[in-house]
Write a new protein. Structure first.
Lengths: 642, 343
């Protein structure tokens, strides 16, 4: 099945829609200017690519929501979608609405746009919307829904500006990725793509803008903020994306790089590009749209994808603005110009990398490309390890205290569960076996302790000198990145939320990824919750994880079916239908939730019951009022094909 | 002396080359390779792929037996060490790892020749001869490049790389380094030149202050030990010393005049310690060294001491501004250094 893009929408510093965005790029007009919508007097750097004023923000909704509504509505209109009830949402955001509940912004968009499909929020810092696009592609491929609206939203909050400033990552002049000016410029905005199958587009008589051919995720397992300087992580995401698209590196005509402008990112990224493209890297145009748009955080990937798609339709490649002299070991062809360069592209790739070393890349092709043959049958999935923890100090059994310095409770809970699970599967931590494993985490919000630590540092020292370490932990994906680093997990990794019961959704998406893709042979699905004083109810907190292995025919427990749907009833029906069972033949467990971790606690309880001789099979599903319905079926042996 | 001066200047300003005859290089293979490290090392051996860590091997009395780095590359463990010779080191590890059976120790000195490049532009020369990937190698990182094992871990305060080149390719690599190095004004650094640079940065020298029977606490090397780890050779002595505390420690100092090692350090006519190491610092124009001072005189920044009638001032190391602090592989180059300095 081909997944095509039939609509795009954008709202950013270059304009309130894609037409304005493209006109600005054609003119070589940058969106970077002095920030005037919050006070930056305390900082020695005062630039940003911010949205100065807009019609969308004249309402009483929060600014980020306004950005999202405007861009999403444009994408739907652009695609000619008249019935949004069959549209799912996969949104990438770093900050959500102030980070307390990362999924809240998706809830607003679903309600405002009257979307009827499941909604998932991905929060992997600066790679959020690229991860979102990747997951959305698979939702269309799997037939979960007919249409998926995917993209990213982020607003430049004063706290974010202060955090980046405290890390010393901002440039005093407009950022010039790969050039001698070192540092990035922050931005904001929203962008969306409407994905559907080619047959769906044909049936609607809609001409696609492009095909979304493939994607790749990876983890650096290196550092909380610095990318692996060898470029291994970004190279892994790029090569996986190119392979998923059925292409060879030499068939890529243009690469829209993450290109933040910071010294560690740009150097590592170019090394990664060189290792994937070899000598061909010298001929490949590699530019960074952040020189126009600033670094729009979680929306960056989607905005850069829209720029790339518009460039493809105009037969040009976008330039890197502000480029003067090249840095040592930077792209041979950074498209150093003030204007787009005429260049027909059949295939393009966009790459993004996040704090914690979570990387993602997506490949786009012209819509006239050949159909890429894909796996016809899913791989069977064995469950080879499981663990639940309610005490985050369990991590001390596995990791020296010196390595745990700075880890917040969310990361400690998650690391405890992951270490227990890997040990349960008889894997040595940090061994080569771990290197190929990925991690999908369901998480509703960042660590409350880290949010408070950052706030306290602002109160104590002012906005100009907040805690840089607390800032890096404020990303929702911090715990995921920390686990990858602690245990050497370099497979696909992401952090997602469907609200309070995200754990089961993470498990379903991990199972789907593992069954249908060949880029990884084992995936951890996990969920984590940290105690929070602003919750209005009491419940246990902790983490849980399971280790899934593809093709593990000798595994004692099998995940024989799984399904994601708009609501839990539909998910249950789909999961049962896949293995031709009815409700009377399974033992149902409905996850009471919240918290987020409850779903995976139920799964680990079912695993223990099966190990102790209970018959099963167990059908575990989430609550009826979630943003997405998720259901899985576990049994002792793989008696039924999926 | 002339050779030392040339080597010192190369380390401080360009690139210096050394054949490291005193460096022991071991590779441990097998399922228990890291268990062996865990058994013998007083630190937490929790290494990422390609990561190195400074630590020590300790005698039962808690004094250093060897000054080592441990490193992980994939499933293999590497140990680079100073102090004992390679046979003694292998025997010591084997003797102290009796409960681990699934491992073997390979003496890399039989198949590899250890070379070192140190200096503010060592990274640039390395990149030229080994490829640009070397630029991404972080401090205390290891990688294999073109059959050469590269360990980034200098002890001079400047960028430093230990290169293990296959013995049968040693001459070819030497020629390659010297050919490329001429454009960097590369010079040979002898042990005295490297030792002086190490002294200016308060790096531990097991053949110097390591011979005084001091524990890691007195040597200010407690950061190389885990505070939680309970079992390793010397653990009992370390635990006892932690409980009893210590009353003296090494402190960095400077003095305008040459004084001899073992000379008493005096404060108000009272002997408060002794000189353990001293050397002339061309960058500073005076002498820097390490003195073993007792509490409460062991702090940096005190200008109250005399040694053989000369004033002695304690310092917070490093005693010099290493040029490498201001050199970035991202935007500097040896070839444009004068332009960058504005001269």
């Amino acid at each position: 099945m081909k997944v095509v893009i039939t609509g795009v929408g954008a709202y950013c510093a270059l304009g309130e829609n894609t037409e304005m965005l493209w006109k600005a790029i054609e003119k070589g007009q940058s969106g970077i200017a002095p920030i005037n919508h919050f006070n930056v007097d305390a900082f020695d750097i005062q630039l940003g690519a911010v949205i100065s004023s807009s019609s969308a923000c004249d309402t009483d909704v929060q600014t980020a929501v306004a950005y999202g509504r405007a861009a999403a509505a444009e994408a739907l209109e652009n695609a000619g979608i008249v019935d949004p009830s069959r549209v799912a949402l996969v949104l990438g955001t770093c900050n959500g609405l102030g980070r307390k509940e990362i999924h809240a912004i998706s809830v607003d968009l679903v309600n405002f746009l009257k979307l009827g499909g499941p909604s998932i929020t991905v929060s992997t810092a600066c790679a959020s919307s690229t991860h979102a696009i990747g997951l959305a592609v698979d939702m269309v491929r799997r037939g979960v829904v007919e249409y998926v609206l995917t993209g990213g939203v982020d607003q430049l909050y004063p706290e974010i500006f202060a955090g980046f400033h405290s890390l010393g990552l901002l440039s005093k002049t407009p950022c010039a990725p790969f050039s001698t000016v070192i540092g990035t410029t922050l931005g904001e905005g929203a962008a969306f793509l409407l994905l559907e199958s080619e047959s769906s587009a044909n049936a609607r008589d809609v001409v696609p803008l492009a095909e979304c051919m493939g994607y790749g995720f990876s983890a650096d397992a290196f550092h909380d903020t610095t990318p692996d300087p060898s470029g291994f992580g970004i190279a892994s995401a790029l090569s996986t994306a190119v392979a998923d698209a059925g292409l060879i590196p030499e068939s890529i005509d243009y690469l829209n790089a993450h290109g933040t402008g910071t010294a560690p990112n740009d150097a590592a990224e170019w090394r990664g590009i060189q290792s994937v493209f070899g000598d061909y890297a010298g001929q490949l145009p590699v530019s960074s749209s952040k020189s126009f748009l600033g670094h729009a955080q979680g929306a960056a990937g989607a905005l850069e994808a829209v720029v790339t798609l518009l460039a493809m339709t105009h037969s040009v490649v976008p330039p890197t603005l502000n480029f003067t002299e090249p840095r040592p070991n930077s792209p041979t062809d950074p498209v150093a110009s003030g204007k787009p360069r005429a260049h027909v592209t059949q295939h393009t790739v966009c790459a993004n990398a996040a704090f914690g070393g979570l990387n993602a890349a997506v490949v786009f092709g012209q819509p006239n490309g050949e159909l890429v043959p894909r796996r016809k049958l899913p791989r069977p999935i064995g469950l080879i390890g499981a663990s639940m923890v309610k005490d985050c100090h369990q991590i001390h059994q596995y990791v020296p205290r010196s390595e745990l310095r700075g880890l917040d409770p969310t990361a400690r809970f998650l690391a405890s569960a992951v270490a227990n699970t890997l040990t349960d599967a008889r894997l040595r931590l940090r061994s080569l076996d771990c290197e190929g494993i990925g991690l999908f985490v369901g998480q509703n919000r960042p660590s409350v302790e880290s949010l408070q630590a950052f706030q306290k540092s602002v109160e104590a020292r002012g906005f100009a000198q907040p805690s840089a370490s607390a800032f890096t932990r404020m990303a929702c994906s911090y715990a995921t990145g920390a686990c990858c680093r602690l245990f050497g997990l370099k497979g696909p990794a992401t952090t997602l939320s469907t609200g309070p019961d995200s754990g089961l959704t993470a498990l379903v998406l991990a199972a789907d990824h593992l069954a249908w893709r060949d880029d990884v042979s084992a995936l951890l699905a996990a969920a984590v919750d940290e105690p929070c004083e602003w919750d209005d109810f009491d419940y246990d907190h902790g983490a849980a994880s399971v280790l899934l292995k593809a093709g593990a025919s000798d595994a004692p427990i099998h995940l024989v079916s799984w399904a994601l749907a708009t609501d839990c009833e539909s998910a249950v029906e789909r999961a049962l239908a896949k293995i031709s069972r009815n409700r009377e033949e399974v033992v149902p467990i409905v996850v009471p939730g919240p918290p987020t971790v409850t779903g995976l606690w139920a799964v680990t309880a079912a695993v223990n019951a099966l190990k102790q001789g209970e018959q099963g099979p167990f059908l575990i599903s989430n609550r009826a009022d979630g943003a997405a319905g998720a259901a899985i079926i576990l049994q002792m042996e793989n008696r039924h094909a999926i | 002396m002339k050779g030392t001066e040339v080597g010192y200047n190369a380390i401080r300003n360009s690139v210096a080359f050394t054949e490291e005859s005193d460096l022991c290089c071991l590779q441990l293979t097998g399922k228990q390779a890291f268990d062996v490290f865990d058994t013998v090392c007083p630190c937490d051996v929790f290494l990422q792929d390609g990561q190195m860590k400074y630590t020590l091997l300790l005698n039962e009395d808690g004094t250093p037996f060897a000054d080592i780095y441990v490193c992980r590359k994939g499933e293999d463990a590497y140990l680079l060490g100073y102090g004992p010779n390679v046979d003694t080191l292998i025997d010591w590890i084997t003797e102290h790892s009796a409960e681990n059976t699934d491992f073997s120790i390979i003496d890399l000195s039989k198949t590899y020749a250890p070379l070192a490049l140190d200096g503010p532009y060592a990274w640039e020369l390395c990149a030229e001869v080994l490829g640009p990937d070397i630029l991404g190698l972080p401090y205390l990182g290891m990688k294999v490049s073109d059959e050469v094992l590269v360990f980034r871990a200098g002890q001079t305060g400047e960028y430093g790389y230990h290169l293990l080149v296959p013995t049968d390719q040693k001459n070819a690599w030497l020629e390659k380094l010297h050919t490329a190095g001429s454009a960097f004004e590369m010079a040979h650094a002898n042990e005295a030149a490297r030792a002086q640079c190490a002294l200016e940065n308060f790096f531990f020298d097991i053949n110097r202050e390591g011979q005084y029977g001091l524990t890691p606490f007195e040597l200010q090397l407690q950061w190389r030990l885990s505070a939680q780890k309970a079992a390793y050779p010397g653990a009992e002595a370390i635990r006892t010393r932690r409980q009893s505390g210590w009353t003296r420690r090494l402190t960095c100092f400077s003095t305008p005049d040459p004084v001899k090692v073992d000379t008493a350090v005096v404060c108000d006519d009272e002997v408060v310690g002794h000189i353990l190491a001293i050397g002339y610092s061309p960058v500073r124009g005076d002498y820097v060294g390490k003195a073993l001072l007792r509490r409460p005189y062991w702090h940096a920044g005190l200008d109250v001491f005399q040694v053989q009638g000369c004033p002695l001032k304690t310092l917070s190391p490093p005693a010099v501004d290493n040029l490498s602090w201001n050199i970035s592989p991202y935007n500097d180059s040896f070839h444009t250094r004068e332009k960058e300095n504005g001269s």
